[in-house]
Design a protein around this ligand. Sequence first.
Ligand code: FAD
Length: 432
Amino acid sequence: KVSIFWFRRDLRLVDNHGLSEALKGEYPVLPLFIFDRAILDDLEDKKDRRVQFIHEQIHTIKKELETYGSSLYVRYGTVEEVWSKVLESYEVQEVYTNRDYEPYAKDRDAMVSEFLQSEGITFKDFKDQCIFERDEILKDDGDPYMVFTPYSRKWKTKLEEQGGFPTYPVQGEGGNWFHTSSLAIPSLEDMGFEACEEPDFPANYIYRDLIETYDKTRDYPGQHGTTHLGVHLRFGTMSIRSLARAAKELNGTFLNELIWRDFYMMILHHFPKVVNENFNSKYDKIPWRNNEEEFEKWKEGKTGYPIVDAGMRELNTTGYMHNRVRMITASFLTKHLLIDWRWGEAYFASKLLDYDLSANNGGWQWAASTGTDAQPYFRIFNPYSQTDKFDKDKTYIKKWVPEFETEDYPEPMVDHKEARERCLAVFKDVLG
Ligand code: FAD
């Protein structure tokens, strides 16, 4: 008899809520990870840094579990197939996992929990991936917040009320693990993927000095002024509670960014329509131009605007883009080129190592002015003045667009002033 702990985006053996609870249970715990075909088979690029990242973490976790006499059960397949296999192989009594708020994950978990319960197996899920979830922070009238600042105030009050951030210890040695010989992990090739030559994953480490000065450095893409921890929060290789604890102690601006993360997860939970639709339906009639050639130039970093091109090339080369530049490139696509934010969102989703549906959707709808608490439509980033403010000595531009002052560099694909006026006219027209 065993209980299963199902890893998803919580790939760590420290401070893990669901796993900590599983180990307190009656039955020895066997951890499970599913390489889900429904997700992987849709990825077009078979050299995907994220799949490689997960694969590496899975190996690390398995190695550690083997020092406790246990292992990790890993399969590639659909969720239905793998769960049927698990139930054939083990006498499962309970299943523990941490909650995920994306629409696909919610449907999957509802389906699996129903199936398990029909087999007489208990399914227990826990909050782990954010500080406050779902209905924990609501307006006084019981509705969800749609504006960040009052949400963040309530978030901070609630944190004080509960006395800070809890920790969920995971007992390694001597814990209630299911003992087994080593289990095999499918290789990347077994799943149709290839390793990237230089995946260049950011360190999983809290740089306290960096967080301390975050408010002064975070806007300058030419400096190493942000943590690059996005991917670790995305896949749970770092506990959000340990990072938020450091944030609260060291820097209010940084804590606010982590609250934005909770905010967008809450928005996605309450308003799943945002995945395909404008949060604010008053913008539904925008006649996006959606010019495919222009979209290609933007993707390739050949717009003739050095700061935009630098961002896109950083993304294409590394799977990362600095936040300030995410805002500039997203604004350029939606406002200067009048290309639907959904196109840009999908492109970022295919490339970002830290891709997260809630934050990406939130960021794109913010830039396009269609979202909660969005940038007003008449605020259109001027790529030149953004450069003067945030990349004054052009360190960032020189790194990614070294040819920007030569004849090889293209002319701007649209004139800033004309594009700005065209955009204002379109938005004004829609608003009537
Ligand atoms: P830091 O500045 O060091 O911040 C630490 C962490 O706080 C981040 O890793 C992230 O988890 C969280 N965070 C910071 N800013 C935000 C924010 N505005 N909204 C939500 N969470 C935030 N963030 C993602 O995690 N995944 C995405 O797919 C994503 N897409 C974006 C798309 C657009 C168009 C925009 C404007 C922003 C997007 N962001 C996204 C938010 C932000 O740009 C990244 O979180 C940040 O740049 C990641 O770098 P970092 O880890 O160095 O962050």
